[in-house]
Design a protein around this ligand. Sequence first.
Ligand code: SF4
Length: 192
Amino acid sequence: MVAGHLGTPESLIRHQLLDMTAGYLSFRCDADDFLTEYFSDICTEKCYRSNISACCSREGIITFFADVVINLLVSGPEEIPELRAVLEKENRGFKCVYLGKKGCLWRVKPVVCEMFLCDTSKNKLFSRKPGLVQEWKALKKKEKSFTWPDRPVLFDKIESYFKAAGFSSSLMYMHNSPGLLRVKKLAKMRDA
Ligand code: SF4
């Protein structure tokens, strides 16, 4: 439904939303560079080779509605049917339905997936290179500037945009999670 609403690559809605998300996509590139440079070896060695990965588990995924929209905005036309196809299959395994043979099927995976690092991997890297702790904290702070609704944030704006267009989804946590609604309420009281 979201892909249908976004329309063709030239559609006005698509261009407006891409403008809105430019800063976020730049943040995701920075996060990706950091994780690739410092964590890919640790994760490959610790989890993939030994097969003990707790990442990408079936029950572990949390997806915001904005994650879906942003991923579809940057996905090629051949990638979207692939995502739909896996959703139509029954998942009897222990892993996330989106985990393909070459990794995650999303072009821009959900932000919670991107910014999750297990304690073992963090301890391993940060004990060797304590200077990187600040860099990681800065990325986490930047993440919140898009996703934590104690101020107007991109993820909330995207949900509002689609709600106004008549969409409703259980993934609209900015509008239906009691915890996040409380964050918004407290922020309003703070700013009043
Ligand atoms: S969406 Fe992608 S990164 Fe997130 S749990 Fe599933 S396969 Fe892993």
